[in-house]
Design a protein around this ligand. Structure first.
Ligand code: ATP
Ligand code: MG
Length: 560
């Protein structure tokens, strides 16, 4: 077991693996793989698969390979290859030196195809794509044999070699497995295993090949070549399993992995389809793959989600065969739980209004200690600069308010967090009646104790006007306003117009001057924030990772 404690709950896949290990199947070995296609960035759904594949390998002293499933070169590229590796590593998993590419096996796959032809189990078919579809039949109608199905082995070998040599045009011929055109499983009706693709530049093999193997053929054989024992995939491949097994049986390979399917992760208010995420990026609905609103691992990282919280989420949702959509609040709760434990507390004023403490000396200042975490002394303290002029949040002041308003009112007292009790004596307004400044007094006896016999309404946060740091805060909310954005086929119509609110006039406590990208904090009473990737000393930018509580649920129930 790795240094990370094994906390994984049992699930049906682990049960199968345990049974296989104790039965000595594959010599008791466990080997899995995570097989992304490098045609986009990884998303939260992939995280489920990563945690499962790497998690079982760790727990059963096995290995998990990272394998790029790169058989469809025109949508793939190196940017994605690199981003995928960064993301898996960031999640906390290690594939050692076992990074593989399906394209590593192109020579071997070609040999396997030749072996099938020699057995009479594959043939070159001259039907075009449309004709193949027509001949295939439907769920209720059996297919028809291709007129090319009974070509001799010698003719097939010759034609396949010529396909490879580049003698035929794209789409003019394919190599097909020769199985059963009447099979009730359409995947078994002589599926295509090689097609011709001229003029593509493959990110690994360049222009070496003009024929490319299809996914089903490639996947099972790559698994076998790598000695994979348990090939874990999502439920849509269940109907492909007979084909997976057929190839391995016909080719009499040494290692025959077992394919086991589990349900995809679907998350409320989210789409987890690379095609749709690609559209959001390409059509400019978001800033990029790492936009903090994206459900990509890169987006969640920039948003301030921690790897622990994503792994915790994958653990909590479990692995089953039943399809369901997980509530987004489950993920957000994992994030809040992790950050509540680990985020240092700081003060930041989002909508500043100036407060002048009239009985505090003009040039005076004090350094007041403040705990970095209310429950964790080991996180230490920092100093806050207290001065005559400070900022508080506009929302924390009302000229008049009922008693349940636990903040500052004209003539009332409130405690400044980690500092004194102040009283609002006067309100200064501009010519439009807008409040621009509060005139207050402070009680020097109240640094630690509340005044006796007087009522203090509550505690609010503040920042010194002299030392506070101006900053931009980006308040992110969910990207879609609908819990099932892709249910009616028009997910873009459900984009949340309020998914980003940028506040440019915020003031942060001075200790935040040393914050670096990747640092995260709880801004007290406001939420969890992290330093954005574009942050600099001259232009501080923080992203809101999460609100302190599930304000969305509250908002929804208020509206209904
Ligand atoms: P998409 O439909 O988003 O394009 P994909 O399945 O084509 O996803 P791959 O790159 O092929 O994307 O996925 C790599 C692995 O991650 C596969 O084993 C796949 O089953 C798994 N995976 C993808 N999406 C999910 C999901 N939502 N939940 C669980 N596993 C997933
Ligand atoms: Mg796929």
């Amino acid at each position: 077991m790795s240094e990370r404690e094994r906390t994984s709950a049992s699930n049906f896949i682990r049960n199968i693996i345990e049974r296989d290990v104790s039965a000595g199947k594959h010599g008791g070995r466990v080997a899995t793989r995570f097989p992304p296609e490098p045609n986009g960035y990884l998303h939260i759904g992939h995280a489920k698969s990563i945690c499962l594949n790497f998690g079982v390998a760790e727990d059963y002293a096995g290995v998990c390979n990272l394998r790029f499933d790169d058989t469809n070169p025109h949508k793939e590229n190196l940017e994605f290859v690199e981003a995928i590796q960064d993301d898996v590593r960031w999640l906390g998993f290690d594939w050692g030196d076992r990074v593989y590419y399906a394209s590593d096996y192109f020579d071997k796959l070609y040999e396997f195809a030749v072996a099938l032809i020699k057995k009479g189990k594959a043939y070159v078919c001259d039907l075009n794509a449309e004709q193949i579809r027509e001949y295939r039949g439907t769920l209720t109608e059996v297919g028809r044999d291709s007129p090319y199905r009974d070509r001799s082995v010698a003719e097939n070998l010759g034609l396949f070699q010529r396909m490879r040599n580049g003698e035929f045009e794209d789409g003019s011929r394919v190599l097909r497995a020769r199985i059963d055109m009447a099979s009730p499983n359409i995947n078994m009706r002589d599926p295509t295993i090689y097609r011709i693709r001229h003029g593509v530049m493959h990110h690994q093999t360049g222009e070496e090949w003009c024929i490319y193997p299809m996914y089903d053929f490639t996947h099972c054989l790559s698994d076998s070549l790598e000695g994979i024992t348990h090939s874990l995939c999502t439920l849509e491949f269940e109907d492909h399993r007979p084909l997976y097994d057929w190839f391995l049986d016909e080719l009499e390979v040494e290692c025959h992995p077992q394919q086991i399917e589990f349900s995809r992760l679907e998350l409320q208010y989210t789409v987890t389809s690379k095609r749709k995420l690609t559209e959001l990026v390409d059509e400019g609905y978001v800033e990029g793959w790492d936009d903090p609103r994206m459900p990509t691992i890169a987006g969640m990282r920039r948003r301030g989600y921690t790897p622990e919280s994503i792994r915790d989420f994958c653990e909590r949702i479990g692995v089953t065969k039943s399809e369901n959509r997980i509530e987004l609040s489950v993920l957000e709760t994992c994030v809040r739980d992790a950050l509540n434990r680990t985020a240092p507390r700081r003060m930041a004023v989002l909508h500043p209004i100036k407060v002048v403490i009239e009985n505090y000396p003009e040039q005076g200042e004090e350094r007041l200690p403040a705990a970095n975490h209310p429950q964790d002394d080991s996180m230490g303290t920092r100093e806050l600069a207290f001065t005559r002029e400070i900022y508080i949040d506009r929302e924390d002041f009302r000229e008049q308010a009922p008693n349940k308003f636990k903040r500052l009112v004209l003539g009332g007292e409130v405690r400044l967090r980690n500092a004194y009790v102040i009283r609002c004596e006067d309100v200064i307004k501009d010519s439009h009646g807008e409040i621009i400044e509060l005139r207050c007094s402070y009680d020097p006896e109240t640094l630690r104790d509340n005044p006796e016999g007087r009522k203090v309404r509550g505690v609010i946060h503040w920042v010194s006007a002299r030392y506070g740091i101006p900053a931009e805060l980006r308040l992110y909310d969910r990207l879609f306003a609908h819990p099932t954005p892709d249910a009616d086929g028009s997910y873009k119509a459900h984009l949340n117009p309020h998914s980003l609110l940028t506040l440019t006039q915020c003031i942060l406590e001075p200790s935040l001057a040393s914050a670096r990208p990747g640092d995260f904090f709880q801004f007290e009473r406001e939420g969890y924030f992290c330093v954005d990737a574009d942050h600099s000393h001259d232009r501080p930018i923080f992203n809101r990772t999460a609100t302190l509580r599930d304000s969305w649920a509250k908002e929804q129930s208020r509206q209904s």
